[in-house]
Design a protein around this ligand. Sequence first.
Ligand code: ZN
Length: 475
Amino acid sequence: MIDNPPPKTTSTPLLGGASQVFDSPHTVTFWGAARCVTGSMHLVQLGGFRILLDCGVHTGNDRPAITPPLPFPPAKLDAVILSHNHTDHVGRIHELFVEGYSGPVYCTHAAQALLEVQLLNSARIQDQEFAARKSVNLQGTAHRLSTNLARKIVDHCIPQGYEDTVEILPGIGLTLFFSGHILGSAMPVLSFRQGIRDRRLAFTGDIGRSGLPFLKPAQTLPPCDFAICESTYGDRLHDSREQMGEKLAKIFKDTMDRGGKILIPAFSLGRTQAVIHHLRQWMDESVLPLLPIYVDSPLGRSFSFIYRDFPEELAVSEPTTPEADWLHDPEDAQLASNSKESSVIIASGGMLEGGKILKHLRNHIDDPRSSLVLVSYQAPGTLGEKVLEKHPTLTFHGRTWNKWLDVQGVSGFSGHGDQRDLCQAMEPVLEKQGTVQLVHGEKEGMSALSGSLKAMGLKVGRPDVGEVWKLEATQ
Ligand SMILES: [Zn+2]
């Protein structure tokens, strides 16, 4: 049961419709993805209400040796809003409920469906580990995600359609806009009254790239006074679809000529589905040679079925599931990995931080005929970043391996927009001469994007962890 009253829904934006005027200061405190890329978590205080945007984990170099407790009392939150389902945005959500939160979780319909699969899968794994007494440290036990807790969290989700405005708390409206990043990804916009003015605070979550249609493009935000904007690729422009096709064609041809395999690590959610789609399309267009595509990603397969349930978010009409040979068990995966034929193996573990890809990498890392193609952002400190270094060896799974396979990065697959996409997304903030706070980026990306946004005429900040932003509009 949800303790808060059910929200009111309206199809018109809450402009001037707010019933309550807040005079006390409004603030945002940045608790994650501040001057780094992962751990998205921002606490919005509007009057006396406390609203959490995302609740993600840190990965790679951002990950502390011991996960610190949540920096606020979850029981005192009034609402939680999820931008999308990647773990750096949602991975700590169960901790909120373990520590006393019992309110609503606002997200899109697809995000709720994906969350159910994610949480139940995590609970199953943790149940197995717990039963095997592998998970004996106290902290792990205290934050264990049980199947019951997973179901409770999903029951607390209140899904809402894109562009519908819901009054989630007295005088506070929430509208979700599609961000084009993964299925169900949203840019939440909070609307509220400040003095005699109506204000909007937008949070981009992660914004998808343009020019590589698989999902529909990001929607345009309404004019906003305040925005929290990601900056992952704020310092670069992505390759075009044609450039990516040409680059992959060379990798495919060279690998086939050598008689090797093409390994592609991909996140189960989002990247796997997009990579299958684009490879198939390029093969249909004869840009790429026709090769078998095997996919070793059980969770990716579950997510692909959910993609088919929400065709309205896709820019393409064909289903993604039957387009590849999904490897259902470890024996099939081993056979595909050891076969003599040239083939593509897409496997879970986008940054090589675990997942099925490591098994295939072990099989082929010292095979100079094969190629490893990285199609995702590689966070600092991850094995994915290390494998890109020009170093003849790579250490993982307790030993050092000769790195003789060819390693290539193809960045254009990114689910994140480039500098041009991000600047375009922030144009509605310019309309109200608003302020943008950059999060979810490394120093170089933030710095370059900050310069571009300032050149557009925007006020731009780059908050530190724990920094409090007072929402003070100029108009
Ligand atoms: Zn994401």
